[in-house]
Design a protein around this ligand. Structure first.
Ligand SMILES: [Mn+2]
Length: 186
């Protein structure tokens, strides 16, 4: 699915496929953010083409989160057969991160992450919270992110982005032929 969003602050264009091959072509003015989105596409096995320009890193990161979350939600009009719940424990050298997801159709973020530094490779750690907040509010899911160990901010951020993608992929797995909800709606 293709989506674009233009405001006075940013312009975002993306194409997203939830059941893809991890193919990506991502252009952002923030190299570390590009690195994180590439991890997200690769490990989620999503196909993601994305270009963004804008006046400020904070605006860029938030607006990519909004549009990526919307693309995620809109590309799943029918959740019949999906696993729905998934969790992951993701190591990266000394780092250990726990991610849990419920594709509930409601939005909730629990962000229990602390980092040893406030900035790494030009990326401010608070931008991770901004991105995840914007993403999940539009993707309509419960997302719990907990850092359990870590001494390197780059590793910790990278494990969060990888782990979120891996857990989404697991929650999206088709494992039955019915909707996993007694309400009949997700
Ligand atoms: Mn890295």
């Amino acid at each position: 699915m293709k989506l674009s969003r233009k405001t006075f602050e940013t312009q975002v264009e993306l194409e997203f496929e939830p059941y893809g091959k991890g193919q990506y072509d991502i252009q952002t003015p923030i190299p570390f953010f590009t690195h994180m989105l590439e991890q997200f596409a690769k490990h989620g096995r999503f196909n993601l083409t994305l270009t963004v320009t804008g006046d400020d890193p904070h605006h860029i990161i938030e607006d990519v989160g909004i549009l990526l979350g919307k693309a995620f939600n809109d590309s799943l009009p029918d959740k019949t057969g999906i696993e729905r719940f998934a969790d992951s424990l993701i190591p990266m050298d000394e780092t250990l991160v726990q991610i849990a997801i419920d594709l509930s159709g409601r939005s909730y973020l629990a962000f229990n992450a602390t980092f040893p530094t406030t900035i790494t490779s030009g990326f401010e750690t608070e931008w991770c919270l901004e991105f995840m907040t914007a993403f999940l509010q539009n993707a309509k899911m419960a997302l719990h992110i907990t850092t359990l160990a870590g001494k390197n901010t780059h590793h910790m951020l990278e494990a969060i982005f990888k782990g979120t993608a891996i857990t989404l992929r697991r929650a999206l797995m088709i494992t039955s032929d019915s909707l996993p909800s007694t309400k009949g709606v997700l």
